[in-house]
Design a protein around this ligand. Structure first.
Ligand code: NAD
Length: 499
């Protein structure tokens, strides 16, 4: 069947999942279950167990034993790489199934899910290389009687908490790197999008990952997530989600001083200078706010445009946005799917209604298309936005763009940095001096010049300011899960202290 034209339909019955412990499925049994309905079709698509604290303890114990007996950390980089390469091949084999459930649970367009699954396989392949490259350092300059080694060791058991916006891709930006470091994992996906994390567990076992190295507990953030971040037998938590929950994590981590990797929210500027290719910039800005229905931590949600071209740019942008295809995410032609959760929908609608009350003007969109089965929001642009407005400050996490104008490069940088966040920024100009000068001064972990929301596993991702701590992907993403040990080796006969 031709993927580009064939429109899939939701399943007749929800798929039933267990959780994943010590290399095997555990059925929900008499536990409560969470039934997920597709946000675009309104029908139940998956059913997952609500794990108990005992389940979490069992998963942590399994990961702990697997770590301490060195069944994984004791293997060579070559052996780690072999499992990751097998996993990549299996992800490709099961790509249609994974993409289908990603779209059903999240509401994102199927063409996008397919791209993300392919990207996830490619990340595993990259991480296989990183597993073989991981190394420490030597100090051969300490004199003939001493050799200094700096070794990197896996930090231990990692708790991995992921959000609903890119359930499989965000998982793939972390798991292969954590595994490449030699750590073991207890993963807790978002309760609304657990299916593909559970599929990943099955794939890793089939790929040859020893039992107990990757465990998945399912359930709510406030119960299982909170218990995980407070767990004293977890050495590190890698958390991707909202800044509000990230803050709770800081408090919960004090119990055993666990290490934290935090990838949090963003309110990312799109800086368009008058000398940009305005057609390209308009296309990029439209993509940057529509991609994943604006539910991206790196969505370009604040347009800062040089005043001399502001009106021309507004016309170019709104014309493009009017042509974006919104609708059934199972249709391969769809570009913008459904809003993932009712709570997220409410947040977006609150901003759509609040913006005009604050004095902002809707330039295009603003419509909420609630069908009988799902919730969809038109890409919306607000002009006459001032920096103090909630619209300009809060992460909306929807296809809602604010537009502000600047007159000088200094003003553009000041406006770009006028946020508590520092995740990403995009700069549109054909002047290389201006691009580099702006890139250097903008406070963001990722900067795109004449493009947006792109990248690959080679380069690190992470945030400045309140957008987080630490870096994922690239060789940095493996080192993140290691700790450094200094070793002094004395050679020859010791010079005695007691003569
Ligand atoms: P969220 O913070 O509500 O939830 C994220 C995860 O944390 C989920 O698995 C959830 O169950 C869990 N959780 C919730 N409460 C918890 C608690 N008390 N203790 C432990 N875990 C808990 O975020 P979300 O709504 O799923 O995702 C949207 C947010 O994620 C946005 O703010 C977005 O910017 C951010 N995000 C950031 C990145 C990044 O790379 N920086 C990537 C994707 C999403």
């Amino acid at each position: 069947m031709d993927n580009a034209s064939h429109i899939l339909t939701p399943p007749a019955e929800p798929r039933i999942f267990g959780f994943y412990l010590d290399g095997d499925w555990i059925a929900s049994g008499d536990r409560q279950v969470f039934e997920r309905a597709s946000p675009a079709h309104g029908v139940p698509v998956t059913r997952i167990p609500k794990c108990t604290e005992d389940d979490l303890n069992a998963a942590v114990a399994s990961a702990r034993v697997a770590f301490e007996d060195r069944r994984w950390s004791g293997l060579s980089g070559t052996e780690h790489a072999a499992v990751l390469l097998n996993a990549a091949a299996l992800i490709r084999e099961r790509s249609e199934e994974i993409a289908y459930f990603e779209t059903l649970e999240n509401g994102k367009p199927i063409a996008q899910s397919r791209g993300e699954v392919d990207g996830a396989a490619s990340i595993c392949e990259y991480a296989a290389g990183a597993a073989r490259s991981l190394h420490g350092d030597t100090f051969n300059n300490l004199g003939d009687k001493m050799l200094g080694l700096v070794t990197r060791e896996p930090i231990g058991v990692v708790g991995l908490i992921t959000p609903w916006n890119f359930p499989f891709f965000i998982l793939a930006e972390r798991v292969p790197f954590i595994l490449a470091s030699g750590c073991t994992i207890v993963a807790k996906p978002s309760e609304v999008t657990s299916a593909t994390t559970l599929m990943m567990a099955e794939i890793l076992t089939e790929a040859g990952l020893p039992d107990g190295v990757f465990n998945v507990v399912t359930g709510s953030g406030s119960e299982i997530g909170q218990a995980l971040i407070e767990h004293d037998d977890i050495d590190m938590v890698s958390f991707t989600g909202s800044t509000a929950v990230g803050r709770r994590l800081l408090q919960a981590a004090t119990g055993n001083f666990k290490r934290l990797g935090l990838e949090l929210g963003g309110k990312n500027p799109q800086i368009v200078f008058a000398d940009a290719d305005l057609e390209d910039a308009a296309d990029g800005v439209a993509f940057g706010i529509c991609f994943n229905t604006g539910q991206c931590c790196v969505s370009g949600s604040r347009l800062l445009v040089e005043r001399s071209v502001a009106s021309q740019f507004e016309t170019l942008l709104t014309e493009r946005l009017s042509r974006v295809k919104i609708g059934d995410p199972l249709d391969p032609q769809t570009q913008v799917g459904a809003i993932t959760t009712p709570a997220q929908n409410e947040t977006i609608v609150r901003h759509l209604e609040g913006g005009p009350k604050e004095g902002a003007r809707i330039v295009c969109g603003g419509g909420v298309l609630i069908t009988e089965r799902g919730q969809f929001i038109q890409p919306t642009v607000f002009a006459d936005v001032t920096p103090d407005m909630a619209l300009a400050r809060e992460e909306i996490f929807g296809p809602v763009l604010t537009m502000q104008s600047f007159d000088t490069d200094e003003e553009a940088v000041a406006m770009a940095n006028d946020t508590e966040y520092g995740l990403a920024a995009s700069i549109w100009t054909k002047n290389i001096d201006r691009a580099v000068a702006t890139m250097r001064r903008v406070q963001a972990g990722r900067v795109w010049v004449n493009t947006t929301i792109t990248g690959g596993p080679e380069m690190p991702i992470g945030g400045f300011k309140q957008s987080g701590w630490g870096r994922e992907t690239g060789i940095y993403g493996v080192e993140e899960y290691t700790q450094v040990k200094s070793v002094h080796i004395e050679l020859g006969k010791r010079t005695h202290w007691i003569s």
